[in-house]
Write a protein that binds this ligand. Structure first.
Ligand SMILES: [Zn+2]
Length: 408
């Protein structure tokens, strides 16, 4: 096993303090730091810190797929690491986005290849052939918009804003089944001519200001989100789309799982995200990046989803808190060592025969594998190849360790 250095991604929505503090570097950082990628995605692989210097994890996997990935993962996913771990720090909202299903990703990738759009082009939608189910676990309070809300509840919100310009849209929503109404309304807004959007966004912002200053509480988080998005992205149809999505606040340790076709945007917070090894994002707004509305509309799932359906259930198993997801590409657990376990070497629960990525988010611990051991401190990560597990842990102070493995 080796220490794993994450690939740092700087985007405007990132934080100058959070990731730098987490990894023990000086703050404020020179640029807003948005993501640390721990994986073997060709776009930005993480780095193994070996005694001979740094090697990319992608190279290590390519050179020795059997030793690094093991036979179970290879049989199902081929010679690539099927998951990607990201530490994500958002000071500002991310783009309004969704991810394709496996079939849509293959179709879209081949279509764009045929069109001759270079895979690293900013206008490319499909950068690989994988779907991108994602699990987001909050490290600190995390705010998100995800999944279409029940239409009846959205109607209540739109009525509460008391904006007469919204009346025809309320009618559109209530005239048909939930999914049809949401499809009609979202499609109307996201494809409306800019002058119409400008008028409607500004009316909705006025309504939200009135609502917040009236002291009403029922939809105050939703109204404030509209104001925040309107300020960052004036004239963006994404401000209207935000009215249709569940407004979710995660406490540390809580998680949401986003399946294919789920429309979402992260507003702010600090989290660990684990996903299939893919960079396939279809954006609909709230971003200076490439937006492709027709392609987004092709992949969106308009069936309303309750917030409780998005929240990932958990179960305890030994030292582990296991996040239960339907994904085959990854499984995620948080291993906690404290109390009577301190000072004793303990087995990590349900050791998996595939590869593991470990990320220490609190305290420090020594990790023992077949080939040796290393010590992880707060903000550090390790790569445990398949042929190095199962692992045992020794901690002298309370520790929290995220572990991502293959989900099979
Ligand atoms: Zn996403």
């Amino acid at each position: 096993m080796e220490l794993l250095r994450g690939a740092l991604r700087t985007y405007a929505w990132g934080s100058r303090t959070t990731i730098a503090e987490f990894t023990g570097r000086p703050v404020p950082a020179a640029h807003p730091e948005a993501e640390l990628w721990f994986g073997a995605h060709p776009a930005d692989p993480a780095w193994l810190e070996t005694e001979h210097g740094e090697t990319s994890l992608l190279q290590a996997v390519t050179d020795d797929p059997e030793g690094q990935l093991g036979s179970v993962s290879r049989a199902r996913f081929g010679d690539v690491l099927p998951f990607l771990v990201k530490v994500l720090a958002a000071d500002e909202p991310l783009s309004l986005q969704a991810h394709p299903s496996a079939a849509q990703a293959v179709e879209g990738y081949l279509r764009e290849e045929k069109l001759g759009i270079p895979v690293n082009s900013p206008v490319r939608n499909y950068r690989d052939t994988s779907h991108k189910p994602e699990l987001l676990v909050a490290l600190q309070t995390f705010e998100a918009l995800a999944g279409f809300r029940q239409a009846s509840r959205t109607t209540e919100l739109l009525r509460a804003l008391a904006v007469s310009d919204l009346d025809p849209f309320i009618e559109l929503l209530s005239d048909q089944s939930d999914a049809d109404g949401l499809r009609a309304l979202f499609t109307t807004w996201i494809t409306a001519p800019q002058p119409d959007i400008d008028v409607l966004v500004s009316a909705v912002i006025d309504g939200a200001i009135q609502y917040v200053s009236s002291g009403a509480t029922e939809f105050v988080a939703e109204a404030k989100t509209v104001l925040e998005l309107g300020e960052r992205y004036p004239g963006d149809a994404g401000v209207l789309a935000a009215l249709l999505l569940n407004r979710i606040t995660l406490a540390p340790g809580e998680a949401i799982f986003l399946p294919a076709g789920n429309l979402h945007t992260y507003l702010r917070g600090f989290a660990v995200e684990v996903m299939a090894n893919s960079d396939n994002v279809l954006r609909g707004g709230l971003t200076p990046k490439h937006v492709d509305v027709p392609e987004l509309l092709r992949v969106l799932d308009f069936a309303p989803t309750a917030e409780s359906q998005l929240r990932s259930p958990v179960r305890h198993e030994g030292l582990g808190l296991i996040y239960e997801t339907p994904a085959d590409e990854f499984a995620v657990a948080v291993l906690t060592i404290d109390g009577e376990h301190l000072g004793h070497e303990v087995d990590a629960p349900s050791s998996h025969e595939g590869p593991q990525i470990l990320l220490c988010t609190e305290g420090s611990t020594t990790v023992h594998g077949k080939s040796g051991s290393l010590t992880l401190e707060h903000g550090m990560a390790a790569w445990v190849p398949a042929d190095d597990g199962p692992i045992r842990l020794l901690a002298r102070e309370p520790v929290k360790l995220f572990r991502a493995t293959v989900g099979l």
